[in-house]
Design a binder for this molecule. Sequence first.
Ligand code: NDP
Length: 246
Amino acid sequence: RKTLEGKVALVTGGSRSIGAAVAKRLATDGAAVAITYHGSPEKAAAVVSEIEAAGGHALAIRADAGDAGAVRAAVNEVAKTLGGVDILVNNAGIALGGPIDEISDADYNRMIAVNVTGVFVATPEAVRRMKPGGRVIHIGSSMVRYAAFPTASLYTLTKGAVAGFNRSLVRDLGPRGITVNTVHPGPTDTDMNPDGGPVSKIVGPGMAIGRYGKPEEIASVVSYLASPEAAFVTGADIVADGGFTA
Ligand code: NDP
């Protein structure tokens, strides 16, 4: 029996990169998986096809993480279509920013909407439907531990908000048998932060293991936290960063 058989997982921002890897991994573990996406419908459809070709069950819903109404509707659709929500992975995120005195109000508002409000809205909507054994897993960032380069203050503000939310939620959700944890990836080879791209020139030499992470290496940590074996782990900040911030 697969670890997540009979479970329903929702991965926000699952069309590409880390979110897509998480969706595929949870499907391999046996969960029915819904993903949300915003700008990449073809890639979202490809993730669904890949999961279904492997014998899994998947669903893609267009929902801008920065639009609270769309996020609520998406969780509702998942619950209706797949029969509940057992695992929520708050992955959708963007990285607008710049020097601290040059960040526009528009960029600030969009960052808060997607990286913070999206998480804040999806979480209660999902946990309302969770039975004991439910899982909330946030994707934070190793930037909350180590500021490796300038221009990321706004990004780190949003990830720090998620880390604080994570910590306090354990008291609300623990008595209900639901765990809540944050995985903080270090530099991981994705569209947002490609190995060989401008950020990698700065952070690459700091990787203790001598290379960037792969999306699948973040997905495997999420897989563990989603599993029944992780029932005693809640409120944790799990850093998966190849030793970058150690
Ligand atoms: P990518 O930019 O490569 O992919 C982002 C994913 O999120 C895409 O599937 C995208 O879908 C989705 N997304 C973005 N905006 C929205 C939105 N408004 N509504 C719905 N979906 C959205 O990012 P990564 O995979 O690198 O990052 C994933 C998470 O990991 C983020 O929270 C990021 O902050 C975090 N992280 C990444 C690190 C890295 O080094 N890569 C390091 C630390 C943390 P679509 O194209 O369909 O809009």
